[in-house]
Write a protein that binds this ligand. Structure first.
Ligand code: ADP
Ligand code: MG
Length: 332
């Protein structure tokens, strides 16, 4: 069992940032309104996620840490995925490659409970103190797999990658408050990213949150998009062609709320700006495509950054022509 865990773990958890991604997604799936992330030494020695979500009943804790146990789908409908998680792999994988503890108090429970697992071996559930939600703590990632440890990059690079992951997830959830803290060494640590919960309508909230992450200048120089076509909806902010971020690339794409890195969509974005930007400049945009989960397969790879549309031409066409039209209408 432990061996199987470790092999599969390599796919889901290849570095601290992928652990952070899985854990923050779990908090979002749990309906958290406030998520706090603390890391030490680039996440190698500590990753701690505290949320105010629905929690896990004490009796379910061992199951939550078991492979292929998920509370999110009933197994019959892999095509209809609305949550981030659905494989039931993350916690089991993390318990196999680090020292994992999960403390949780389910809504309505009189007390909290904790379970710990090290190297895939679970200890019994014990009572714990927590007013609500869940705290997941992962220490000494890859301590038992020196080969993986060796391939990890510097603390600085890992810290940066964790920041990127958190900001990407925060873009898609403006109404959720996020705090990222670096607690390397002693004391309270240093807050490296904070975004309070945004209120207001879709675009007020989005502009507030994106401004927090990409800066006010981006938001002030971006047009709002809201396009619907044949069951697909495209919303977001696209920078005016006159806006330049220098050499840095700012392209953030989401499908049904998931951050994706998808060649088809990146290509569509480039094509949309083709007539407006010189070849050496990159379009800057934050785009959300939302559709019926049946129209897109997010099941392509465990890391889930790729997607496959039932009709790729439709997604591409909507971005290229919708965005081009909006840019042309903006007078540039
Ligand atoms: P998946 O997310 O694919 O279901 P995970 O291994 O990430 O698998 O999590 C296993 C289960 O543990 C989830 O299905 C959920 O029931 C529970 N869980 C994990 N993290 C949290 C959390 N932060 N709050 C509430 N429940 C959680
Ligand atoms: Mg999960």
């Amino acid at each position: 069992e432990t061996v199987i865990n470790r092999i599969a773990a390599g796919e889901v958890v290849e570095r601290p940032a992928s652990a952070v991604k899985e854990l923050v997604e779990n908090s979002l799936d749990a309906g958290a309104r406030r998520i706090e992330i603390a890391i030490a030494d680039g996440g190698k020695s500590l990753i701690r996620i505290t949320d105010d979500g629905c929690g896990i009943p004490a009796a379910d804790l061992p199951l939550a840490l078991s492979r292929h146990a998920t509370s999110k789908i009933d197994g019959s409908d892999l095509l209809d995925i609305r949550s981030f998680g659905f494989r039931g792999e993350a916690l089991a994988s993390l318990g196999a490659v680090g020292r994992l503890s999960v403390t949780s108090r389910a809504a309505g429970s009189a007390e909290a409970a904790r379970i710990t697992v090290t190297g895939g071996t679970m200890a019994p559930v014990t009572p714990a103190a927590l007013t609500r939600g869940t705290v997941v703590e992962l220490r000494d990632l890859f301590h038992a797999t020196p080969a993986r440890l060796k391939f990890m990059r510097s603390d600085r690079a890992e810290t940066q990658a964790i920041g990127d992951v958190v900001k990407r997830l925060a873009m898609a959830e403006p109404s959720v408050a996020f705090t990222l803290r670096d607690v390397t060494g002693d004391g309270e640590g240093r807050v490296s990213f904070r975004a309070d919960a945004e209120t207001g309508d879709l675009f007020d909230a989005l502009r507030g949150r994106i401004g927090r992450i990409l800066g006010a200048e981006f938001v002030e120089n971006a047009i709002s998009l809201d396009i619907e076509r044949e069951g697909l909806r495209l919303t977001g902010l696209a920078a005016l062609p006159t806006y330049s971020r220098g050499s840095s690339v700012a392209q953030y794409l989401f499908v049904n709320g998931r951050p994706v890195r998808d060649k088809l969509l990146v290509g569509a974005l480039r094509a949309a700006y083709m007539d407006f930007l010189s070849r050496d400049r990159h379009p800057a945009a934050v785009l959300f495509i939302d559709c019926d989960p049946q129209l897109v397969d997010v099941n392509v790879h465990p890391a889930k950054a790729e997607v496959r549309f039932r009709e790729p031409g439709l997604a591409r066409g909507m971005i290229v022509s919708g965005l081009r039209h909006a840019l042309a209408g903006s007078g540039h």
